[in-house]
Design a protein around this ligand. Structure first.
Ligand code: SAM
Length: 417
């Protein structure tokens, strides 16, 4: 319980800032107090620029007093994305903080980034990078820079897609996130497009129900959920702007995605899809004639196992398969190189980039593909896979992707058949 003097000082500190509404109030224990987890309560406000009712003001003051009595005396009134009032409830001192350009630049690590802490605050909060009180802790600063880097990677892809067809509310950019997990890349893409005013229809699939449910909740919290993931369900197959997620495997997505999205996706995302799930995603993109693909391969076990049985004499150097560590590193490079070569043979321009700037992990490679003729019909018999197959045969490997593409070719009737 706060004594009467402290309570009055707290109320005097808060009241002058309430007239034009606020986004939320955050009551926190100071760092180092309240146990390991950051003890914090968040109370939604009436909204920015919304004059509060007397009951809303009373509820805020009561909550602030109760929180202070419970040791949550570091209190922040978030007025909007740029302005907050910090109150030290022990002394009733209020400090107004504005996210001016200098402060924003400091948060951005000294350079302009695709996602700014003021304009993209809702996304940054929702994915756990920004604290409820609008601050970004030192531990999250690195993650913030990685997410901004992702946004930067999306920009030229959007530019190229926008150059091939006119995007608008009736014809949103259509994206498919395969093995989406927590769908961070999808949310970053949605934010980049929101900032540009380009409508997006995105569908994400994953075999895990929990990550799908989390992504649906996140899309709802950001006001981005496609109506089919909201309570009122439109007719099946309606392509409405927004993000939807479903529990399905990649094969299931292949059947349903075009109907859900209102057409063939413009962009397929496959971020750290496990082992050959990456190949399944690439094969699906090629089969559908998807104009753009962003794929970051994950763990790769398939070729390492095949190389263990392959002839050492057939490799560039026998040592590459005779030593386990070298064999796995060789298999990783071979797998991704074959993916790149297969995409090129099927009509894609491919670039290989570092995925997360400054990171040196084996899973840090981004394969970016753009279909050379994005509007041409898909004809699997024009894919020039023969030389690649011969090369694989000589090396003693049979990559999943080539098997999938061969199956698609075999199932496709030749013109005139
Ligand atoms: C390492 S996580 C990556 C998730 C997310 N794309 C990311 O980068 O944060 C791999 C995800 O792939 C999913 N997955 C693996 N095989 C799949 C398949 N055949 N179809 C759909 N999801 C799959 C898993 O459930 C898991 O959520």
């Amino acid at each position: 319980m706060l004594d009467k003097g402290k309570l009055q000082r707290l109320q005097r500190a808060l009241k002058p800032h309430l007239a034009h509404g606020w986004e939320r109030a955050v009551f926190a224990a100071p760092q180092g107090e309240g146990g390991n987890a950051r003890a914090e309560r968040v109370l939604a406000g009436p909204g920015v620029g919304v004059a509060p009712s007397a009951a809303q003001v009373d509820a805020l003051l009561a909550a602030a007093a109760e929180a202070a009595g419970a040791g949550l005396w570091k209190q922040t009134l978030v007025l909007d994305a740029r302005r907050r009032v910090q109150v030290d409830a022990r002394h009733g001192r209020a400090t107004t903080r504005t996210l001016d350009e200098d402060t924003a630049l400091k948060v951005m690590g000294g350079k302009e980034r695709a996602l700014r802490p003021d304009t993209s605050a809702a996304l940054l909060r929702e994915i756990g990078i920004m604290n409820a009180d609008g601050s970004i802790s030192a531990t999250h600063a690195r993650k913030y820079k990685q997410i901004s880097h992702l946004a930067t990677l999306c920009e030229p892809v959007i530019d190229r897609l926008a150059a091939t067809r006119t995007l608008g509310p009736a014809a949103p950019l259509r994206a498919l996130d395969l093995a989406c997990g927590n769908a961070y890349l999808s949310f970053v893409l949605a934010e980049v497009l929101r900032l540009r005013g380009v409508p997006l229809r995105l569908h994400g699939v994953d075999v895990r129900a929990d990550v799908v449910a989390r992504s649906i909740d996140r899309a709802r919290a950001l006001g981005l959920a496609a109506p089919e993931d909201e309570a009122a369900t439109p007719g099946a197959g309606d392509a409405v702007v927004g993000l939807s997620f479903a529990q399905a495997d990649i094969a299931g997505a292949a059947r349903t995605a075009p109907a859900r999205l209102g057409g063939v996706p413009d962009l397929v995302l496959a971020l750290h899809a496990c082992d050959t799930a990456t190949d399944e995603a690439i094969a699906l993109a090629i089969e559908l004639g998807v104009p753009a693909l962003l794929s970051v391969p994950c763990c790769q076990a398939e070729l390492a196992a095949q190389l263990a049985r392959a002839s050492a004499a057939a490799q560039p150097l026998a040592a590459m398969v005779e030593h386990g560590l070298l064999r796995r590193a060789y298999a990783d490079v071979l797998t991704d190189s074959l993916r790149v070569a297969a995409l090129e043979a099927c009509g894609y321009d491919v670039t290989v980039l570092e995925f997360v700037g400054g990171e040196h992990t084996p899973k840090n490679l981004l394969i970016k593909g753009h279909r050379r003729h994005p509007r041409a019909p898909v004809d699997p018999h024009r894919w020039r896979l023969g030389p690649l197959r011969a090369r694989c045969e000589a090396l003693g490997v049979q990559p999943d992707l080539l098997r999938r593409l061969a199956a698609i070719q075999a199932a496709s009737p030749r013109a005139g058949e």
